[in-house]
Write a protein that binds this ligand. Structure first.
Ligand code: EPU
Length: 417
């Protein structure tokens, strides 16, 4: 178990390259299982969640290799279909492998993902979508068995909610269906567009990714291909809210500015100075930020739930009062008690948080209990007076490639202990 020791009050200055997106790599790795031969992913961040996905692929018979930020997956002759429970538990989003494994081998056997630190994580939308394509799915004693006894059928699928993972599972599976599948009320997140780009290079025909109707014209086979993972918009948001909370001037490179528009809007309202073009942003903050009025999380292109904790970290030291409404997950406020331990003034009622900004936070030892909440605590400590630790950094390591180096390189006083 490790912790970050942080001394607050150091302004952030410099340039940083934003890592590849965790939430894009994971479905891309699942899709690699369906591609015969070798797939090469560039800009692949070093994360414990990515390692867990690579362990799953190896367990299924793939040969995986990492050289720097390039990962190669060779899925020639893979015919294994069982993902062991210990690996399913390591990463909740391992359900994303279900469609790919069943489509490649005719059967997938995995355990139910269960709940996680953000609340219950049902998979009914994934199951409904796969059933529409001919899957027979049984769930017994915590095990899921998914089979396509009559092959994968093209289908017209309506998702009751635009679930990111269910859209990805359905898209991946539909690439090898016989005929044309239409996924309606699909998620529109940029990671969906990245996945479609990869699948199309692998020989699929996916149209409309990034809109609410995705059409997949089934092909017989997919083949390994080469792809560069899109930049991580939540890591970019983390750095920007840190600059806003702490002060300084940072240039973020290797980003897609268009993916960050809801974040940029809150930072402009906070009084930060932003200059940007397509792939980089310079953010400057010289004074205490202004609090937002109301922000509510929504599926893309709305404000992303994953950036909420980082916004609240900034908001806790802002001028005025902000109201934040979490619409995607049931329990995403676990870190707020820890922010209050540092002297923040945040009240929560159900999925609503009311943040009355304080002039400064006092460093206090805190514990991360989830990925983004953990990152928010580290940002809050950077903005605090004094020195303290964030424990349980393993949560932060799930989504940030060298969190401490990223921030130390732009002037934060942060070390891993
Ligand atoms: N949901 C259902 N049934 C389902 C699937 C989802 O009720 O079958 C509900 C979930 O319980 C949740 C909501 O729908 O309340 C959204 O879930 P979604 O399926 O869209 O999320 P996900 O695919 O499980 C991805 C990201 C999350 C991110 C969400 C929302 C990955 C690997 N994870 O999860 O990322 O918060 O989309 O944008 O892509 C993170 O990076 O910290 C993270 C949690």
């Amino acid at each position: 178990m490790s912790a970050f020791k942080i001394t607050g009050g150091r302004k952030l200055h410099g340039d940083l390259n934003v890592q590849g997106a965790k939430n894009s790599v994971l479905p891309l790795l699942a899709a690699c299982f369906l591609c015969e031969g070798q797939s090469i992913l560039h800009n692949c961040p070093k994360l414990s969640d990515v390692n867990a996905a690579l362990d799953i692929l190896e367990c299924l018979g793939c040969r995986c290799k990492r050289e720097g930020t390039t990962v190669t997956v060779d899925s020639q002759n893979c015919d294994m279909f069982e993902v062991p429970e210990c690996l399913m538990r390591e990463m909740r989003s391992s359900i994303i492998f279900m469609g790919a494994v069943a489509a490649r081998t005719g059967k997938a056997l995995m355990s139910l993902p269960g709940g996680c630190e953000l609340g219950p994580r049902p998979i009914d939308i994934h199951i409904e979508a796969l059933k529409k394509m001919g899957a027979v799915i049984e769930c017994e004693s915590g095990k899921l068995i998914c089979e396509f006894p009559e092959g994968i059928k093209a289908a017209d699928i309506y998702l009751r909610f635009p679930s990111v993972g269910a859209t990805e599972n359905a898209m991946i599976t539909a690439t090898v269906a016989s005929g044309t599948t239409v996924i309606r009320n699909a998620a529109k997140e940029p990671e969906i567009i990245d996945l479609a780009g990869f699948l199309n290079k692998a020989g699929a025909c996916v149209l409309g990714a990034g809109t609410d109707t995705v059409t997949v014209i089934g092909a017989h086979k997919l083949y390994g291909c080469e792809h560069t993972v899109m930049p991580d918009r939540i890591v970019a948001a983390t750095c920007m809210y840190a600059v806003a909370a702490v002060g300084g001037r940072v240039r973020l490179k290797n980003i897609e500015t268009e993916h960050l528009l809801p974040i940029i809007s809150t930072l402009t309202d906070a009084g930060c100075n932003l200059e940007y073009d397509g792939h980089q942003i310079v953010i400057v903050s010289h004074s205490r930020p202004h609090n937002f009025d109301t922000v509510s999380t929504q599926p893309y292109p709305g404000f992303p739930t994953d950036a909420g904790p980082l916004l609240i970290a900034m908001s806790s030291v802002s001028k005025g009062t902000g109201v934040f409404i979490e619409n995607i997950f049931d329990r995403r406020f676990g870190y707020i008690d820890e922010l209050n331990r540092m002297g923040a003034n945040i009240k929560t009622v159900g999925r609503v948080a009311i943040i009355s900004g304080v002039r400064h936070l006092d460093a206090a030892n805190v514990c991360a209990a989830d990925l983004r909440g953990g990152a928010a605590l580290a940002v809050a400590l950077m903005a605090s007076h004094g020195t303290a630790t964030v424990k349980n950094t393993e949560y932060i390591d799930r989504g940030y490639d060298g969190f401490e180096h990223t921030f130390a390189n732009i002037g934060a006083d942060i070390t891993r202990i």
